[in-house]
Design a protein around this ligand. Sequence first.
Ligand code: UDP
Length: 468
Amino acid sequence: MAVIKGKKPHVLAVPYPAQGHVKPLMKLARLIARHGIKVTFVNIECIHEKIVAAAKMSGSEEEDDQEDGDIVLTSIPDGRSPEDDQNNSFKLLESLRNTMPGFLTGLIESINRSNGDERVSCVIADISIGWILETAQKMGAEPVIFSPPSAAALAIVLHSPGLLEQGNLDSNGTIKKDEMISLSDNIPPWRKDELAWSFPADLETQKIFFECSLRIEKTIIQTKWLLSNTCYDLESSACDLIPGFLPVGPLLETNNPKSLSNSCNFHPEDASCLSWLNNKPPGSVVYVSFGSLAVLSQQQLDELALGLELSGMAFLWVVRSDLANGSRAVYPGGFLERVGELGKIVEWAPQERVLSHPSVACFLSHCGWNSTLEGLSNGVPFLCWPYFADQHHNQNYICEKWEIGVRIDPEENGMRTRHEIKTKIEMLFSDGRFKANAMKVKEIIGKSVGEGGSSYKNFKTFVDHLSK
Ligand code: UDP
């Protein structure tokens, strides 16, 4: 169906409901809005409420109408009933698949009715909810996909049907023999249990993830536009494997950290860590964060606390209220008193501002792709502690390809000991190569998002097309 346009372009941006998906799509939305294009950003209701509440608690300057320049934040129901298990993400996905097309159709109809000059002309959908592109097309809007993870992560997903067919993978998506999977000499290989859908602790769950991966290829052929939060200069070989791929990243926070739509945090930011950082010497602090989803057992949390203490380094540690296996953390006896001013713990940090702070020396990270890009963009070396999804492969990029970090290796029982943590912190501080390499990557990225760079040009191509 042809795109039906009003006088002005109007983009509807729809993220997958997770922190690591909402944030980068909002950064893309802000870039688009800065070019004078109206954007309506659609979260499901529970996420919208979290963002509004977190922004208010962090002291956002936004008014109640939730409008920010030409970005309007709005919400649709997620289709679940109160009796449904609200923590079951598969049930949520099933409900979104069934109900989102209807709710979005209603929303687009109401926008188009209220102002014919600003009809929705384009829908940007997160790749994980690509089924809404059909709704976009039915409503006369141009369908666009946004892919938040690395190009390598998308490339392996797109290769999954072939790998299954050739017998490299079994029907659960597990690498069959004791092999590695390599897509190119310039991309680190994937070892057993490092694939984007790997979930060895629960093969049923892994199979669901794997089946979703097998379907992604069908999603992307629905659109000419496949935007991604990476940059060509960072992963050219992986980008080359994906037809029609348009890397526009890294998408970074704008310089208005107090704006509601800028941060899109699910938790209120604790900015007190910035003044704490101001009192620390340059390059002296280990920043520790596991993103929005990963959890630690209480025993592992104890080992980490004691490892940080043993290292004798200053540390800023994000301990979400559910980090200890869904519960509030309990620290080893006397830990907080012993570390005193050397340690700062917050429930949620303004991460990009932390990573750009001169006092931060390195990032102990779960290697989520957003965190990886944010560290890279600021020239910060990594201590890697991946959990699932693409995080293992991001670690391989960090340690094997860019050589800007080291792994904190688990024992056979999966535990990372305090001694391993201390040893790796010392290794990173004592070898200047990691920082030097990280600064080189920062420069490469800076060029790609700067005027005339590859991501800059790709974004311009897209935004010029939207404005036509
Ligand atoms: N983040 C943040 N403050 C924190 C921890 C994380 O703002 O204290 C942000 C971080 O900057 C990143 C996102 O949350 O943009 C997490 O995304 P990522 O892909 O790294 O991990 P995920 O949460 O998806 O596992």
